[in-house]
Ligand binder design. Structure first.
Ligand SMILES: Cc1ncc(COP(=O)(O)O)c(C=O)c1O
Length: 428
């Protein structure tokens, strides 16, 4: 029997007229109406008016449960009073200086104390700059030019780590990058053993983030560590996303010590802060007191507002909070799996702690190749359907819990999923 339900897109358009108006204005002055490719979504993005805790209100006044939290960056949710206060206090003292500032030292000390492998650290404004600097530093330290990266890995938007197919990328940039498979220790080792002597570094996300929220097998990371040791390459863990899974980042969970680590997102409490750090003997190359040192520029590096927000955010992340995020993440993943089974929808839910992603495929998901098999049409309907029912996921089906997401909000999420799956069946 045909149903009277409007399509997911009709429902969306009917409730987001003000967003659409803003989008049309934006189209006049910005290519595609956006300033960040990843937040464009069809038919148009919703415009955020304000956020509080795990809620975002759009410009039409609709309140939703935000499980994107700016692509995992806001671990304490929106406008946490302690973070807002820290920013306010610092802003009243000045917003930036051509001088180091006290919160910068505090955030550096906090991160060095938390992350065993980081002996020295430097700040940047974005994860992109952090991986750019970490790779440059690895080249300076080893005197080598190439590096290895993982298939499906994401390290930002500078040329070296970009997909060489992207328009405008320097033509020979691909020659510097050796690509290794994810979660295939033997396959990756064979490639690293072939190219090892030329490699300055191997860069890897210990939990593949943008590529699908897929945890690495511990033996895979151990194999990369061993290959780097054999060949004198530096092992770089890109923990821009994965740092939020444990006090000392994913490297603490895995018990593996990289030479360098890149950080971002949660360490700035929602402001533009990222960092790179690691072995003192490598980081010392940046010391301006050394002859031939490697310079690091950046008008807004160590920005006091971001530093203050970062210190305030990390202070909220106690061992008890991490344990709660682990438990709630597991409960959410289990709840999702049960619903997909009940609705007989082939789906996988990957992730660690507060990070997760839904993949519409019957096969287990262990690499970004497996992610490619996801049913993209079903995913798009699902994500837009959830938006219509008050829950925000990113367009790839990624979700990240923030500390204000409690039992009631998990129930709310699972109920919305149940409704969306029921409606999808009614439309089919
Ligand atoms: C693992 C990883 N590295 C680097 C980046 C780049 O960070 P940014 O967007 O701050 O440049 C990202 C962004 O999502 C990321 O997930």
């Amino acid at each position: 029997m045909r149903t009277q339900l409007p399509s997911v897109e009709e429902q969306f358009r009917a409730t987001t007229t003000r967003s659409r108006e803003l989008y049309e204005q934006a189209l006049q002055v910005m290519p595609g109406g956006v300033t960040r490719t990843s937040i464009y979504s069809e038919p148009y993005p919703i415009y955020a008016a304000r956020g509080e805790g795990c809620r975002v209100w759009d410009v039409d006044g609709t309140r939703r449960l935000d499980l994107v939290v700016n692509y995992t960056a806001l671990v304490a949710g929106h406008a946490h009073p302690a973070v807002v206060e820290a920013i306010r206090e610092q802003a009243a003292r000045g917003t930036s200086f051509a001088a180091p500032n006290p919160p910068e030292v505090a955030l550096a000390r906090e991160l060095v104390e938390r992350i065993a492998s980081i002996e020295k650290i430097r700040f940047t404004n974005s994860g992109t700059e952090a991986t750019m600097m970490a790779l440059r530093l690895a080249r300076a330290h080893t005197g080598r030019t190439k590096f290895a990266k993982v298939e499906g890995g994401y390290h930002g938007s500078h040329d070296l780590v970009q997909d060489p197919e992207v328009a405008g990328t320097l033509p020979d940039v691909g020659e510097f990058a050796v690509v290794i498979p994810y979660n295939d220790a033997a396959g990756a080792t064979a490639i690293l053993d072939r190219h090892g002597a030329e490699l300055a570094a191997v860069i890897v996300e210990p939990i593949l983030g943008s590529g699908g929220m897929i945890p690495a097998d511990p033996e895979y990371l151990r194999a990369l560590r061993a290959a780097c040791d054999r060949h004198g390459s530096l092992l770089i863990f890109d923990e821009v996303i994965s740092f939020r899974v444990a006090r000392g980042g994913a490297q603490e969970l895995y018990g593996i010590r990289p030479d360098l680590t890149t950080l971002g997102k949660v360490i700035g409490g929602g402001l533009p802060v990222a960092a790179f750090g690691g072995r003192a003997d490598v980081m010392e190359l940046l010391d301006p007191r050394r002859p031939g040192f490697l310079p690091q520029a950046g008008t807004l590096n160590g920005h006091p507002l971001g530093m203050a927000a970062g210190v305030a955010t990390l202070a909220l992340l106690t061992p008890e909070v991490y344990a709660e995020l682990d438990r709630r993440g597991e409960r959410t993943r289990e709840g999702l799996r049960a619903l997909f089974a009940e609705h007989e929808i082939p789906a996988q839910v990957t992730g660690v702690s507060s990070l997760m992603q839904i993949h519409f495929t019957p096969e287990p998901v262990r690499s970004s190749r497996d992610v490619q098999r996801t049913d993209a049409r079903r995913r798009k309907e699902f994500v837009l359907g959830l938006c219509n029912h008050g829950v925000l996921l990113n367009s790839r089906g990624m979700a990240a819990l923030s500390t204000p997401v409690g039992e009631a909000e998990i129930d709310e999420f699972l109920e919305a999923v149940d409704t969306v799956l029921t409606e999808a069946r009614a439309r089919a």
